[in-house]
Design a protein around this ligand. Structure first.
Ligand SMILES: Nc1ncnc2c1ncn2[C@@H]1O[C@H](COP(=O)(O)OP(=O)(O)OP(=O)(O)O)[C@@H](O)[C@H]1O
Ligand SMILES: [Mg+2]
Length: 245
């Protein structure tokens, strides 16, 4: 009898966490912020991570973003085991694989939009002419081609966040990791940013969005709910709130 074919492995995982624990120690006090968390996020997924204050979202985001390492367990990012990397190796991984978007935009005030966007490419050693070209293309992508020479202070909050998104995109990272990206925006700019995330996702990008706002999380393809340092299994939360799937 012929052997049955291998099961289809599906799309490759960008993120795989296996039994990840994070314990913070200050003096004699220990706080276990994540208890044996396992999950995977596949290429081209758009996932929201949500949960109440203190549940462990930022802790998880710091690990996913290679800003911190797990106390125990394994983190595979695009197949690389980054769990035990030192500061320098983590910095390299961040530059190579992750585009960050933060609540506070984090743009350099004295540089024009396109200079802000080209910054990550300097770390990548890209030639100046190509840097400029790619920075302008990324600004076009977020509909800010006509604001390339403006400084952050000359742009609205929503426009500043679009510049930050262009900066996250310009290196073609394996994933975009956004931490409360709409936290400082009005509802119109929030809608613009969410539309852009959807557009980027449709073009094949993996997006991980951390938010405590449930209506924003609901716009992702999949919601990962964190509670007290654990992931809530899919479906449980819907039952708990009485919402029918
Ligand atoms: N550096 C730290 N040292 C000690 N405990 C910490 C540290 N950072 C976070 N914690 C604790 O870990 C738990 C999870 O915190 P975390 O910041 O991940 O929550 P969060 O879900 O991001 O909350 P919020 O929505 O308020 O930002 C909390 O109990 C918090 O007090
Ligand atoms: Mg937080």
């Amino acid at each position: 009898m012929a052997l049955s074919p291998e099961p289809d492995p599906g799309p490759p995982a960008v993120i795989e966490l296996i039994d990840v624990k994070k314990t913070y120690r200050s003096g004699t006090l220990e706080v276990e912020a994540l208890h044996r968390v396992s999950m995977r996020i596949d290429e081209n997924e758009f996932v929201a991570i949500t949960g109440p204050s203190g549940s462990g979202k930022s802790t998880l985001m710091h690990i996913l973003g290679c800003l911190d390492v797990p106390t125990e367990g394994t983190y595979l990012l695009s197949g690389h085991d980054v769990s035990a990397f030192d500061e320098e190796q983590l910095a390299d991984v961040r530059n190579l694989f992750i585009g960050f978007v933060f609540q506070q935009f984090n743009l350099l005030a004295y540089m024009s939009a396109w200079r802000n966007v080209e910054l990550p490419l300097i770390y990548h050693g890209v030639h100046p002419a190509e840097r400029r070209e790619r920075a302008f293309a990324a600004l076009e992508k977020v509909d800010l081609g006509d604001r390339a020479h403006h400084k952050p202070g000359e742009l609205s909050g929503g426009q500043q966040q679009r510049v930050a998104l262009a900066r996250a995109l310009v290196t073609e990272p394996a994933m975009i990791l956004a931490d409360e990206p709409t936290g400082n925006l009005d509802s119109a700019s929030t809608a613009d940013i969410l539309d852009l995330f959807h557009e980027l996702n449709e073009e094949g990008r993996t997006i991980v969005l951390i938010t405590h706002e449930r209506d924003i999380a609901a716009r992702a393809q999949r919601v990962i709910q964190v509670e007290d340092g654990n992931l809530v299994p899919a479906g449980v939360e819907l039952l708990a709130t009485g919402v029918r799937p």
